[in-house]
Design a protein. Structure first.
Length: 464
């Protein structure tokens, strides 16, 4: 077992552990309490999108098992809990008056966390756009940005006396790439590089939400959650360097650079967007509204090469990249992989943290808002789940945070993905990321060995 005392000693005083979840992945109760449909309800009920045609209708039934789940979160002892608010649960049509039953559920969640001494850290958008707004054009419609800002304002008004830390968006890169460019996530569009228009709207919605929250909760901390990772050329050939540069641009740079500098990293992206250069210039002033923290989600580096004629690239990413795209992922060399097939590469986390720190002098304090591993856990005969590989994974990546801190990066916390096993988007229920095992037939919860290890680490950090 990894020595938690030794690991905790490498972290600064005040370093905050947490865990993270997302509404559609755990809540279930999709037709309960006046909740409106989201794009994920629509997407998962169309055959062929998700392994075994599974969906989040029940998920782990968090909506009906809230008190039980709050006790698991509290017993873990980590001081922060990151969750997302289902936009369509509180505003069934995406705008209008608050749904009383939906807001009551999140009142119970927030109050329950505070009563147990845990800081609630809500994310406003974790990919589950209300279906009513998608029918109006979704993120291709600028009015959706206004609707999002109004939603953010309503949430900050309602919870402003209890919630002091808000994240606007989760992984805009994934939502735009998988949901709009490739079509393997909701809403299932296949726009290719035309999805850059969606990128700009997501960024604009983020900036408008930051402004809206500050107007009604000026003392709250407001930030954003991006997925960032090193992008490595497969070779030094000009073609591979160019392909890797393009992939890095559309998955990393366009989501960091505008927020922290008020500019896009290259002018070429303007031609890919639906708005005029003049409008984009106005929007960038909003997109770059100052933020108080930067949430970074990390899982593995990506190696990119220029497409090679006749080469089979299937299986090299969570979803296949069409052959006509100007880049293709190839496997990252790693001695260990998770059961999801992702490389175990903690060095990539410290590398991307140092890169962001050196590239952006105004980088706010960073929290690792997601990091974790899927292993296909199976209970032993006595019901226990000994997930030693996950413990090793978490320890290695927390140590990578310590390495980055030693290099001068202001990293304030680390949130494990995820608190519970859950619905893993297009992978359905096959992948298990949780510290708590969930039997999907009975919905019984069982803490894994990693849960106890993480609890011990949280205790050590409290005693620093």
């Amino acid at each position: 077992m990894i020595d938690v005392h030794e690991l905790a000693a490498r972290l600064p005083q005040g370093f905050r552990l947490g865990t993270a979840t997302a509404a559609y992945q755990i809540e279930g109760g999709v037709a309960d309490g006046g909740r409106g449909r989201s794009i994920w309800d629509t997407f998962t009920h169309e055959s062929g999108h998700v392994i075994n045609n599974e969906n989040g209708d029940v998920a782990i039934d968090h909506y009906h098992r809230l008190e039980e789940d709050l006790d698991y979160i509290a017993d873990l002892g980590a001081p922060d809990y990151r969750f997302s608010i289902s936009w369509s649960r509180v505003l069934p049509a995406g705008r209008g008056d608050l749904n009383p039953e939906g807001i009551t559920f999140y009142d119970r969640l927030v109050n329950g966390l505070l009563e147990r001494g845990i800081r609630p850290c809500p994310t406003l958008f974790h990919w589950d756009l209300p279906e009513a707004l998608q029918q109006e054009g979704g993120w291709m419609n600028r009015d959706t940005c206004t609707a999002f800002a109004n939603y953010a304002r309503l949430m900050a008004e309602h919870f402003g006396d209890r919630v002091q830390r808000w994240a606007t968006m989760n992984e805009m890169s994934v939502h735009s790439l998988y949901g709009h460019a490739l079509g393997s996530h909701a809403p299932g569009l296949q726009m290719g590089l035309g999805a850059m228009a969606v990128v700009h709207r997501l960024l604009l919605a983020h900036g408008m939400a930051v402004q809206a929250i500050r107007e009604v909760a000026p003392h709250a901390e407001v930030g954003v959650v991006n997925q960032n990772f090193p992008v490595i050329p497969a070779s030094d050939s000009p073609e591979d360097l160019q392909a890797a540069g393009m992939f890095d641009l559309v998955t990393n740079q366009v989501f960091v650079h505008p927020i922290l500098t008020g500019e896009y990293p290259v002018q070429d992206v303007y031609a890919m967007m639906a708005d005029s250069p003049e409008q984009i210039a106005e929007d960038l002033a909003i997109i770059s509204a100052p933020i108080d923290f930067y949430g970074l989600n990390y899982y593995e580096p990506t190696v990119i090469e220029a497409p090679k004629a006749g080469k089979d690239y299937s299986g090299n990413l969570e979803v296949d990249i069409p052959a006509d795209m100007p880049f293709q992922p190839v496997p990252y060399a790693s001695s260990e992989r998770t059961d999801f097939g992702w490389a175990v590469a903690p060095e990539g986390l410290s590398r991307i943290l140092v890169h962001l720190h050196e590239t952006y002098p105004n980088l706010p304090p960073v929290t690792i808002t997601e990091n974790g591993a899927s292993y296909h856990d199976v209970p032993a005969a006595d019901g226990s789940i000994n997930d030693e590989a996950r413990i090793r994974y978490l320890a290695q990546h927390i140590a990578a945070c310590a390495d980055a801190i030693d290099a001068g990066v202001d990293v304030r916390g680390y949130y494990c993905w995820s608190t519970f096993d859950n619905f893993e988007w297009a992978a359905g229920y096959q992948e298990r990321f949780g510290l708590v095992y969930v039997d999907y037939e009975t919905l019984k919860r069982t803490p894994k060995a990693s849960y106890a290890w993480y609890r011990d680490l949280a205790r050590e950090l409290r005693e620093l």
